[in-house]
Design a protein around this ligand. Structure first.
Ligand SMILES: C[S@@+](CC[C@H](N)C(=O)[O-])C[C@H]1O[C@@H](n2cnc3c(N)ncnc32)[C@H](O)[C@@H]1O
Length: 284
């Protein structure tokens, strides 16, 4: 059955990610270089071990799914879900190309209840939870899909001051689009779960136990700021969406402005954009 989102906000998000799917996927090697260390931290926080059954929520094109499959080995099982059919198609292709028969992939809103209950040993979500208008619904759904004692770990961006690149991108895009500044903590925004302690509380409110957060610096290291802008222009769905109403020339101005501001992170070794991530985990 074809998945049909019924809610306009959700449909808008799906459209954004469909448009950015090819760009996100094309940058998988860059994402792997940036996030492989924090992704191992994510798996450790979820207690992921060989032979387990794991759900990977908002899995995108599956970069972390492939890392997960490697850790689980041939006896493991992964259910990867994402809102975007184009990303799920890409994830399936990567799993097939890697000869993996342990990965099942499904288009789904992460806020909807999973049909599996008491099923998974662990669950992970890499840079997806903060995009959801109602992250608590996702937390509840994942919690009931876990076996008792199973762990869920989610990676999100930390607070705005610790993520100046994202802060600059969002504020510059909004200004060029003629929109008022957005509350960075408003639901669904890239930094929405970054307020210290907030995500821990959400985990606890839906019943997770032993909740803790690990904070990690993950600078995005590239040869130049132009590589970062090129990545954003094809893959950063929320920023692309804000600028999409502008004429092409006005969009160019906005990207140029972002590039100029972000060049402050250029040093002798190239460009190093500061990013801080939170990995919050809890046990069912
Ligand atoms: C920043 S990307 C991260 C993708 C992947 N986890 C990774 O790290 O490469 C955010 C992902 O969240 C997905 N997403 C956004 N809203 C969603 C929702 N309501 N339900 C499921 N996935 C969603 C997008 O389609 C996109 O793949």
């Amino acid at each position: 059955m074809t998945y049909q989102p019924s809610n306009p906000a959700l449909e808008a998000s799906r459209v954004q990610w469909e448009a950015a799917a090819a760009g996100w996927d094309a940058h998988s090697p860059m994402l792997r270089k940036w996030l492989s260390g924090p992704t191992r931290t994510l798996f450790d926080a979820a207690g992921v071990a060989e032979g387990q059954s794991v759900v990977d929520v908002a899995a995108g094109a599956g970069d972390q799914t492939l890392m997960l499959a490697e850790r689980l080995g041939p006896k493991g099982r992964i259910l990867a879900t994402d809102l975007s059919p184009a990303l799920i198609e890409r994830l399936k292709r990567h799993a097939q190309d890697a000869g993996l028969d342990t990965v099942e992939a499904r288009v789904a809103d992460a806020q909807d209840v999973l049909s599996e209950s008491d099923t998974f040993d662990a669950a992970v979500c890499r840079l997806g939870l903060m995009m959801l208008p109602e992250p608590s619904r996702c937390l509840s759904s994942v919690r009931s899909a876990l076996k008792p004692g199973g762990r869920f770990a989610a990676m999100v961006f930390a607070e705005p001051d610790a993520n100046p690149c994202i802060r600059i991108l969002m504020s510059t895009a909004m200004r060029h689009a003629g929109l008022p500044p957005r509350d960075p903590f408003a639901p669904g925004g890239l930094l929405s779960l970054g307020r210290p302690g907030h995500l821990d509380r959400l985990f606890e409110e839906v019943g997770f136990r032993e909740v803790s957060t690990f904070r990690t610096d993950a600078p995005f290291q590239l040869q130049s700021v132009h590589d970062y802008i090129a990545f954003l222009r094809s893959a950063a769905a929320p920023v692309i969406a804000i600028l999409s109403k502008l004429e092409p020339e006005a969009q160019e101005d906005a990207w140029r402005d972002m590039g100029e501001q972000l060049s402050q992170f250029t040093g002798p070794e190239g460009w190093s954009g500061p990013n801080t991530l939170l990995v919050t985990a809890g046990r069912r």
